[in-house]
Design a protein around this ligand. Structure first.
Ligand code: ZN
Length: 142
């Protein structure tokens, strides 16, 4: 494939990809914080290093990118048309790893919640997701 991007365009595109990986997590954290939740970040000793940990509620939240973690039925979770076998195997490994991590966390007594990146694509969506997560988080301690 011919590379038609100038270095500036490429770097602009890359920076957007990078921020797409972290921005949803940050905005979700802020929204949960506004709702009064307090948490720890990236628990190094927990399986899968969960993005958001709420010790009080024994809950962790995994923020998953729809493409890499294969959000079922999501329009972002496409499969590239070239090197398809490579991608399918890679995605299968990711999905298997996620399932193992969730099993390990649950076995250790954590409630595991997942926030998909497409659910965090706008301020309104983040707010709505934070509210619904908040109900699940509190539900766990009942
Ligand atoms: Zn999605």
């Amino acid at each position: 494939m011919v590379d038609t991007l100038t270095p500036a365009q490429r770097s602009e595109r890359m920076s957007r990809i990078r921020s797409a990986n972290t921005l949803p997590e940050v905005t979700l954290r802020k929204a949960l914080h506004r709702l009064g939740f307090r948490f720890r970040l990236h628990g190094r000793r927990l399986p899968g290093k969960p993005d958001i940990i709420l010790p009080t509620y024994h809950t962790v939240i995994l923020v998953h990118g729809c493409f890499w973690h294969r959000h079922e039925g999501c329009k972002v979770a496409t499969t590239p048309k070239s090197n398809t076998k490579f991608w399918v195997e890679k995605f299968d490994r990711n999905v298997r790893r996620d399932a193992v991590v969730i099993d390990q966390l649950e076995a250790a007594g954590w409630q595991v919640l997942v926030a998909w990146e497409c659910e965090l694509a706008s301020f309104a969506k983040v707010t709505a997701k934070a509210i619904s997560l908040g109900e699940e988080i509190k539900g766990a301690s009942r």
